[in-house]
Design a protein around this ligand. Sequence first.
Ligand SMILES: Cc1cc2nc3c(=O)[nH]c(=O)nc-3n(C[C@H](O)[C@H](O)[C@H](O)COP(=O)(O)OP(=O)(O)OC[C@H]3O[C@@H](n4cnc5c(N)ncnc54)[C@H](O)[C@@H]3O)c2cc1C
Ligand code: FES
Length: 543
Amino acid sequence: MSAEERKSFEAKAQVRFSAGLAEVAAAEDELRHAHAAKDAAAAERAARRLRDGLNDVSSGAAALRAFAEGKPGPQIARDWFRQQMNLPPDAVHPPSSGLFGLDWIHLAAMAALATVSLLLMVAYGVRTRRAAALADRLVRASATAGATPATAKVESVPTPAAAPVTVPTVPTTRPEAAKLWKGQLRVAAIFTETPNVRTYRFREIGGGPIPFSFCPGQFMTLSADIGGKLIRRSYTIASSAAQTSYVETTIKREDAGVFSEHMHRDVSEGDILDVMAPSGAFTFTGAESDSVVLIGGGVGITPLMAAVRYLCDIAWPGEIFLVYGARTTEDFIFRDELEHLQRRHAKLHVVASMVRATGTSWMGPEGPITKALLADTVPDIASRRVHLCGPPGMMAAIRAILSDLGVPAASIKTEAFGPARGAVPPPGQTLVVELADKALADQPVRPAEPIAAIGPATATIRFAVSNKTAPLAPDQTVLEAAESIGVPIDYACRVGTCGTCKTKLVEGKVTMEIDEALSPEEKSDNIILACQAKSIGNLVVQA
Ligand SMILES: Cc1cc2nc3c(=O)[nH]c(=O)nc-3n(C[C@H](O)[C@H](O)[C@H](O)COP(=O)(O)OP(=O)(O)OC[C@H]3O[C@@H](n4cnc5c(N)ncnc54)[C@H](O)[C@@H]3O)c2cc1C
Ligand code: FES
C-alpha cells in the first residue's frame, strides 16, 4: 500500500470511528427517551442503532490500531474478520511437510475418503449389474409362465365386464420351469392338519433353494420302495410358488392306500425321498383371468390352496372366491390359515360348508355345496374362471350346478386325484385274465405287480420294442397291460395329466378318458397316454 493510499484509508477509518461514536451517542439518547416513554418498539429501534454505531466504532478503531501498529492490509482484513467470527487470532503454522503444501494427516484423510468413495462406486456398479441380471431373469421367467403350454388345454375365458387388472410376474417361475427335475429331497418337517391329513415340508438336502420351479397347482411325484416294489404317487405342491426354500405336499391317509399309509406310517422328519417335479396343467398364476373361483372338497383343496397362497403372497389384485366342502369341521384342512389370510386380504372370500356339523359350534353353511350357496357366494359366477378339484362324485355334481348357473364349460378347469389306476388292487381282489383268443393262452403272461382290473380279455396288445404280447381287456389300460408282462413304461400321475407315460401307437385304435397331457400335434402323430389308453381291438404300441 502506498503512503497516499494508507493516508486515505486512515482518514476513512477515522471518519467511520467518529460517525459510529455519534451514532452511539444519538442511539443512547433515543434509548433513554424510549425507556421513559415505555415505548418498547422505539427501544428496539434504538438498540439496533446502538449496535450499528458500535460496529462502526469497532471496525474504525480496529483499522486505526492496525495502521498504528503498521500491519499490512490483508492482515488487517483477516484480523477484523476473525474478530467478527469469534475466531482465535492467526496462529503461525509451520510449513507443511506433505505433498502440494498439505500435511500428511490431511493427505491420509483425503486418501481414505477417496478409497471409500471408490469402493462405494464399485459396489454400486456390481449392484446395478446384478439387479439388471435379475430383472432380465424375471422377464424371461414371466414369459415362460405366461405362455400357455401346448398340452394344457387352457381354454380362453370370456373377458369379464370389469376393467382389466395388471398382473404381476410370477417370481418363482424360473426359465427352467418347464423341465422335469428328478432327484431327492429331505423331509424337513411334518405338520398334522386334521386327524388323517398331514403336511410334509420338503427341503433341498443341502439346505439351499428348491432345485426346480413350478406354477401354483402343479404337482410332484414321490416314489418309494414299499414292500419290495417301486411305488409312485403324485401330490400337489400346496405351498406357495413364491416360496423357494421349501415345497409342501398335504397328504390324506387313504384307507388301505399303499403310498399314503406309507407316508403317514413310515416317513419321519429327516427322511430322504425320491421326487420328480413339476408336472400338471391345473395351474393358476393370476395371468389367466382377472378373478378366479376355486371350488374344492376334502383333500382336493391342495391345488386351490397353492393358488390362494401364491395369489396372496404376490398381492394379486383380482377377486378370489374359495368355496370348500368338508365332511366335518375336524376335516376342514387349512382352516386356521384360511381365516388368517381372509382377515389380511380383502379380495379373498372363503366360504366353507360342512356336510355334518351337528354338535359343533360351526356357524357356517351345512351340507354339500349347492347351487344356492354358489350363486349367493360368487356374484356373476357365469363370467368368472372356475377351478374345481375334489372327490369324483362332488366334481360331477358341481359341474352340473355350474352348467345350470350358466358357467361355460370352457371356463371350468378341473383336476381329479385318482385313485391311481391299476397301481394296487383293492384288498382281496386278484387278477382275472381270460383269454378270448386261445392262441394267446400260450403267450407268457407274467404279472409284474398285481393289477386292479379286469374283465375278460377281448383283444391282444403287442409291445413292438420289447417284442412281447399280452391279452387286453376292455377296461384295462395299455400301462396296466404293459406292467402285467413286465414291459417298462415310465409313469407318474396315472391320471392322464403329467404325460410321463407317453407312448406311440403303431396299430389299432384307443380311447382316452383324459388326454390333457397331449398336444394336438402329438395326438395326430399317434402318441397316446399309456395310463389312459384302452381298446376293444388289437393294439401294437412302441414300448
Ligand atoms: C395330479 C394329482 C395330484 C394329487 N394330489 C394329492 C394331494 O395333494 N393330496 C393327496 O392326499 N392326494 C393327492 N393325490 C392322490 C394321490 O396321488 C394318491 O392317489 C392317493 O394318495 C392314494 O394313493 P395310495 O397309494 O395311498 O392309495 P392306493 O393304494 O392307490 O389306493 C387308493 C384308494 O383307492 C382304493 N383303490 C386302489 N385301487 C383300487 C381299485 N383298483 N379299485 C377300487 N379301489 C381301489 C384303495 O383301497 C384306497 O382306498 C393326487 C393325485 C393326482 C393324480
Ligand atoms: S402317468 Fe401321467 S399321464 Fe400317464
